[in-house]
Design a protein around this ligand. Structure first.
Ligand SMILES: C[S@@+](CC[C@H](N)C(=O)[O-])C[C@H]1O[C@@H](n2cnc3c(N)ncnc32)[C@H](O)[C@@H]1O
Length: 279
């Protein structure tokens, strides 16, 4: 996320730094008290910019970051408790798909849900609609949802974000094979696979693959099975959907929301879209 080619992080940070006050006004909606619930919070670096501003405005917020990774939550906790000693915070470890239902009533306070970092880009359209409908199901009429979308742009800029010069994204993807070796007792030879990323402008999506450089057999001990790879056969690793403003509007409508306000960066690379339940 810190790579120069991975523009997404910098764009979302710019939006939060430059537009924190407008975001605050939109969240507060005349009422400074709300629960800020973040799905897949990671280390919360960008959210810290918003929280800092909200506290300066003497808002009464309760921050509830949810993540599947305990390591990420520990990093977030130590950062937030040091930087914001007055912040009311309770981290929750778990799968946000499973935790969703328990968000329904909360403490009776207004909820603002955050789903940042273009995480939604990793969902297919059907999965995205289904996910947002589930979120709609636990939201009251005055609750809000802020979603980070990566926008369509020059395909060269996009593809570099998934194929950086230092090879960090390649190493990140190959690391999945390393983990399968370690955790599932497999024998992937990482030297026999290479990372390949493309952007498909017609479907507006970046895709990444690991390509088997030769015909080979891999054994996964935990499954007690062999897997045959033809030479140049691809393992599909990740999709990262890019959106136009029209696509964001259609997605919101299909999931039962309407757009309250969009916050975009100065290059129009990225959009944090604030949704409210449709009437
Ligand atoms: C790409 S990071 C983004 C972090 C942060 N939202 C940001 O924008 O900087 C995605 C985060 O979501 C978490 N995550 C992924 N799938 C999850 C799930 N099903 N339930 C909870 N957390 C999840 C990961 O552990 C990771 O910290």
């Amino acid at each position: 996320m810190k790579l120069p080619e991975y523009y997404l992080t910098g764009c979302e940070l710019e939006i939060f730094e430059d537009q924190a006050n407008n975001i605050f006004k939109a969240f507060a909606n005349g009422d400074n008290a709300f629960d800020l619930i973040e799905l897949g919070a990671g280390d919360g670096t960008k959210t810290a910019v918003l929280v800092d501003h909200f506290l300066e405005q003497h808002s009464d917020i309760f921050y509830s970051p949810i993540d599947i990774s305990q390591e990420a939550l520990d990093a977030l906790s130590s950062k937030f408790t040091t930087e914001f000693p007055s912040l009311k915070i309770a981290t929750r470890r778990g799968d946000y798909f499973k935790i969703l239902k328990s968000l329904k009533n909360g403490g009776g306070r207004r909820k603002v849900l955050l789903f940042l970092g273009s995480n939604i880009g990793n969902f297919s359209r059907e999965q995205a609609v289904d996910f947002f409908r589930q979120l709609r199901g636990v939201m009251n009429d005055s609750d809000l949802l802020l979603v980070g979308f990566d926008l369509q742009k020059d395909p060269h800029v996009i593809v570099q974000a998934y194929d950086d010069k230092q090879g960090v994204t390649a190493a990140f993807n190959l690391n999945l094979l390393k983990r399968i070796n370690r955790e599932l007792n497999a024998d992937f030879d990482l030297g026999k696979f290479s990372h390949y990323a493309i952007y498909r402008p017609v479907e507006c999506a970046a895709r990444s693959f690991l390509i088997s450089r030769e015909r080979q057999t891999v054994h996964i001990g935990a499954l007690g099975r062999d897997f045959e790879f033809e030479q140049w056969e691809a393992i599909f690793m990740e999709i990262s959907q890019k959106y136009s403003p029209a696509m964001i509007g259609e997605l919101a409508a299909d999931a039962g929301f309407e757009i309250k306000q969009n916050f975009c960066d100065s290059k129009n690379y990225y959009c944090d879209s604030l949704w409210r339940p449709a009437e």
